[in-house]
Design a protein around this ligand. Structure first.
Ligand code: AHG
Ligand code: MN
Ligand code: MN
Length: 331
């Protein structure tokens, strides 16, 4: 019979893979696992909360103040992380400033607690993204901005949760990408996707193409290339865009496709955030045989200058991102 492995067992088994691990990383990941289960439960009730039990911002049946799901998710992740002594600071999309926690903790985390918020009300997949670093300032002191403003290449772990037709947690510590599917009946994540890799030849592209006329010539030409008919390279590619980065990335990782969120005339720096959207998915992409770029440089080589910095973003199988960069070079 095939062996069944839970996320908990897997983390313990792989603990030695994790840089000098003493069980601290297991503790960190179990906080993320716990919060994701609570958020999963709430996500699955979102329609009830909104249409049956009262709208967000109102009161629920117990007379408690209801929160929007992204604030709820933020609170749940922060609460779970504060409970573990290993984290010294948190940066979140939902907080203007970073939050110092336990001065003796060795890891910092940057997160997008609820990605794809425009899809909550319409029953479409959403997610959580996280990125983990060792601190730079000495243990025992309060964290400072420099602890958070590290290049993506310094990440020690990264992952995402997708709340989709089933809920999955996917993460890397730099030894491949592993995916776990949640069984809500018993509250356990099981290893379902060991050592995930992008298929070599991708055949999909994902972009909010409504913006294409606001993009640079190279991006426009690449999108034309995706649509061009050429049976040898399996073009035209299939267009798929969900509008939740996690869900678009996850589909592209499994099926083979490139995700594009370029700079536009309205958003010259792009829309997506370097620290808690682009870098973690870049780390996962590289570990899965892919690549992430701002069109010119490897995303993970960008020196961050602010917590909520935005960046143009292209991520997918290496060959697809290389091709896109060729078009941008010729602009
Ligand atoms: P968030 O919900 O965390 O603010 O992120 C939204 C992001 C990302 O998930 C998605 O890919 C992108 O915004 C969609 O943007 P457009 O609506 O401009 O396509
Ligand atoms: Mn997001
Ligand atoms: Mn978000």
């Amino acid at each position: 019979m095939e062996k069944v492995v839970t996320l908990g067992e897997f983390i313990i088994e792989k603990q030695s893979d994790f840089h000098g691990s003493t069980g601290e990383f297991s503790s960190l990941l179990s906080a993320i696992r716990l919060a994701s289960k609570i958020v999963n439960q709430q996500v699955n009730k979102a329609g009830l909360m909104q249409h049956i039990l009262g709208s967000a911002g109102g009161q629920n049946i117990q007379g408690e103040e209801q929160q929007k799901l992204d604030v709820f998710a933020n609170d749940q992740f922060i609460k779970a992380l504060i409970g573990r002594k290993v984290i010294c600071g948190i940066a979140s999309e939902e907080n203007d400033e970073y939050i110092p926690i336990n001065n003796d903790g060795r890891y910092i985390i940057a997160m997008d607690p609820l990605d794809g918020s425009s899809n909550i009300d319409v029953n479409v997949s959403i997610g959580t993204i996280f990125s983990i670093y060792n601190r730079i300032t000495p243990v025992g002191h309060q964290v400072r901005a420099e602890d958070f403003l590290q290049k993506g290449s310094k990440q020690v772990a990264a992952g995402y949760v997708i709340y989709g037709s089933s809920t999955m947690l996917v993460y890397t510590t730099g030894n491949g990408v592993h995916g776990f599917t949640y069984d809500p009946g018993i509250g356990v994540y099981f290893l379902s996707h060991p050592d995930m890799k992008f298929p070599d030849a991708g055949k999909m592209y994902s972009m909010n193409e409504g913006n294409v006329n606001k993009c640079s010539a190279g991006v426009k030409q690449y999108v034309d290339y995706c649509k061009h008919i050429d049976s040898a390279t399996k073009r035209p590619y299939t267009a798929r865009y969900i509008g939740s980065l996690v869900a678009d990335f996850h589909r592209n990782l499994i099926k083979g496709g490139i995700y594009l969120y370029p700079a536009t005339t309205d958003a010259p720096q792009g829309k997506l955030r370097l620290l808690y959207e682009c870098n973690p998915l870049a780390f996962i992409a590289e570990q899965a045989g892919g690549k992430a770029s701002d069109g010119h440089r490897n995303i993970m080589e960008i020196e961050p200058t602010s917590l909520h910095q935005r960046v143009p973003y292209f991520v997918g199988p290496k060959s697809m991102v290389d091709k896109l960069e060729d078009f941008i070079k010729q602009e």
